[in-house]
Design a protein around this ligand. Sequence first.
Ligand SMILES: [Fe+2]
Length: 370
Amino acid sequence: MITIPIHTIVTDIVLINEKSLRNLLTLTHHSELYMFKPYINGYIVTLLCCFALFAQSAQAQELVVYSARIEQLIKPMFDAFTKETGIKIKFTTDNEGALLAKLQAEGKNTPADVLITSDAGNLWAAAQADLLKPIKSAVLERNIPAHLRDPKNEWFGLSIRARTMVYNTKKVKPEELSSYENLADPKWKNRLCLRSSKKVYNQSLVAMLIAEHGEAKTEEIVKGWVANLATEPLSDDTKALEYVAAGKCDVTLVNTYYFGRLMKKDPNLPLAIFWPNQSKDGVHVNVSGAGVTRYGRNEQAAIKLLEFLSSEKAQNLFADVNMEYPVNPAIDADAFVESWGEFKQSRMNLSKAGELQATAVKLMDRAGYR
Ligand SMILES: [Fe+2]
């Protein structure tokens, strides 16, 4: 069977009909049909409008998404979206840096309608580079708490990742732990492991500390962390957890889904989650989220996709596959994730993570955090 893309057919129909209708229009100049010209003209205009609308809506039946989330994390919810709306999704996955560079290079010619990426720092950077467009959606405003979306409506958090403490249950009593700030106390000397400062996760965490305490106090905190390190900063969250489990250090800071992945593999590891800052501002949270691209051609369908992803139907699909938390407060997390306990989250707007990221990077460098 030969398949022809529907937009090609529609474009052809518009062209053929435009041509024959123009002939008809010319005819009306010379013939007895002249008296009907106003009617025929009106008819032609109406027909062309219909074709144009049909062509546009047929083209809008496909959305292009650039995603820094890997295929296995996004495919199930795209399939659910297509099933519900009939709108197909073509997606490209890559790391966030590559996708932002691609969007920037393509400029007005980009085929992408939606950008999906992790970390508010990355979403903020995309908005700052003018790659996203502000959108108005009462559904998104209702489904997503204000601190998890851009105040200018250019990006929206769709799942929450909590950056919390994980400790070795054989070496630490939970009552010894209290806050991110307290990990700078000399009592943690040679007991702390941290992921490298090169990853956006700790940059966002430090940016949020700056937003709360100012630069001078945050620098003292970060210097305290560095003084307490048991090892050089580690390449990723999983490695940090493995070091804690092996007793090479006692406590670390990670996103909870890395803890979840490791514990699913080996439930007997001597690791447990601690929720810090509960009597203060709450746990540092971040998001995976999305925005509508500045130059995408299918804005309405793109908004529809974001709204769908924030809805009850898709929130668990978006969050559960990566053991994250739904942003929509009406939805419960996956049972395994819920088993880690409830916590109070920081309500500071995540745009601060972006605004203060460059400041955070310089501060970490000054503090000797590599
Ligand atoms: Fe991650």
